[in-house]
Write a protein that binds this ligand. Structure first.
Ligand SMILES: [Zn+2]
Length: 409
């Protein structure tokens, strides 16, 4: 007589970010033994986990290894075993998808092309033109003759100025988009089933309103940024990505209003919440960023470029309350925040948030457009908004790469 053995219930569908895919944990294998316990714990607790204890449920720190849960809602799937570096003769670094400044050739003295040999991707945030209604980053304030503010068109203008200027300085520059159109081939209509499934996996009721808003976010944010990530990671393979945005202050009640103050900040990747680290793909991407030591490069770059951008724009610092963004050093302009773009672009990412678009002065400068030369704005002669933004970024990159690449003989 045979005894029927109860088959275990199938594992639940994994928790993933919108349009994320199940991670292949073996991609971490080349990083075995490349990072000490001390460095791994420092990066995880200082920058990546929002609070140290928020990572505890999914990443266990042992004496000689980190155990990383493979599927957060199904512990039976096991833990990925990441051994720390010890004194044994193992390689010091795993493969990097980008080149650090020390790997790019040194600069000759007094070079006029300090960015020679660098590959730089520029990602103009958002979309514009006919697509602007799918993106929430546009508004009109003032009389019928005022121009609508459209973030996705403004970032493209800055991107094209930067391409011209950084190319003259020797860089190879690639834009993730050349027009106002989306990069992704998906559309709201093609994402309906994905949206419904995503809502169901999160245990929510798939009401028509929730399906519509989820499909919209999947199109304009998730799918669009992931399509740009494919370009960056598979084709461009840059040493640095510049994510261009303009900031805005919230307008509760749905009607745009002018807000003060105007401000500036830059973001590096970090500040993952417990629920973000419970997404299997998000947790995998975070660990891969830690193992590629992207923190150090992003912070050094942001520290330098934030200073030149502040000098150029004269903007005061913005600050977060520690919920979605947190500070990692003394620089009041630089914050850690987990965004899709600065998580899935696999290279150092500089993420810019200068100018509050619904500040009265920024709004007035948008109305002036990309004029030549200088114009008086509130009693001060200034470049047009887009050139000023680009010049602040360019000056910082020149300063950073000169410092890094000009070696004392
Ligand atoms: Zn933006």
């Amino acid at each position: 007589m045979s005894v029927a053995r109860a088959t275990p219930p199938p594992p639940p569908p994994p928790t993933l970010a919108r349009l994320g895919s199940v991670p292949d944990w073996s991609r971490l294998d080349p990083y075995q033994g490349t990072m000490t316990r001390e460095e791994f714990v420092y990066l995880l607790r200082h920058c990546y986990a929002r609070k140290p204890e928020e990572a505890d449920g999914v990443i266990r720190i042992e004496e000689d290894r980190a155990l990383i849960l493979r599927q957060s809602n199904h512990p039976a799937s096991g833990w990925y075993d990441l051994r720390f570096r010890t004194d044994s003769p193992l390689p010091k670094e795993g493969p990097l998808y980008w080149r650090a400044p020390v790997e790019v050739p040194d600069l000759p003295e007094n070079s006029t092309r300090p960015l020679e040999g660098l590959r730089i991707a520029i990602d103009p945030g958002h979309i514009g033109g006919d697509w602007v209604t799918w993106d929430d980053r546009h508004f009109k304030l003032g009389g019928p003759d005022t121009l609508e503010v459209r973030e996705g068109e403004m970032t493209l203008m800055v991107a094209k100025i930067l391409r011209r200027d950084l190319t003259l300085l020797g860089a190879e520059v690639f834009l993730t988009r050349e027009t106002n159109d989306p990069v992704t081939k998906e559309r709201v209509e093609t994402l309906q089933d994905e949206a419904r499934a995503y809502i169901a996996r999160r245990g929510q009721i798939p009401s028509p309103g929730l399906i519509a808003s989820t499909a919209k976010a999947m199109f304009a944010i998730s799918s669009e940024i992931r399509a740009r990530a494919d370009l960056i990671n598979d084709t461009i393979r840059p040493d640095l990505a510049l994510c261009l945005h303009f900031d805005a202050s919230p307008w509760p009640g749905g009607k745009p209003v002018f807000r003060s103050p105007n401000h500036l900040h830059l973001l590096i990747n970090g500040c993952y919440s417990k629920s973000e680290m419970e997404e299997d793909d998000t947790r995998f991407e975070m660990v891969l960023r830690i193992l590629q030591r992207l923190y150090h490069e992003e912070l050094r770059l942001s520290d330098t470029v934030s200073q030149t951008l502040r000098k150029e724009t004269r903007l005061p610092a913005f600050s977060y309350d520690g919920t979605s963004g947190m500070s990692v050093n003394e620089n009041e302009l630089v914050w850690a925040r987990n965004l899709l773009a600065n998580r899935v672009f696999f290279c150092p990412v500089l993420f810019f948030e200068p100018f509050c678009m619904n500040h009265v002065e920024t709004h007035a400068r948008v109305q002036e457009g990309p004029y030549r030369g200088l114009r008086e704005i509130n009693g001060v002669y200034r470049k047009n908004l887009y050139q000023e933004y680009a010049d602040g970024v360019t000056a910082g990159l020149v300063r950073y790469y000169r410092q890094q690449r000009q070696r004392v003989p």
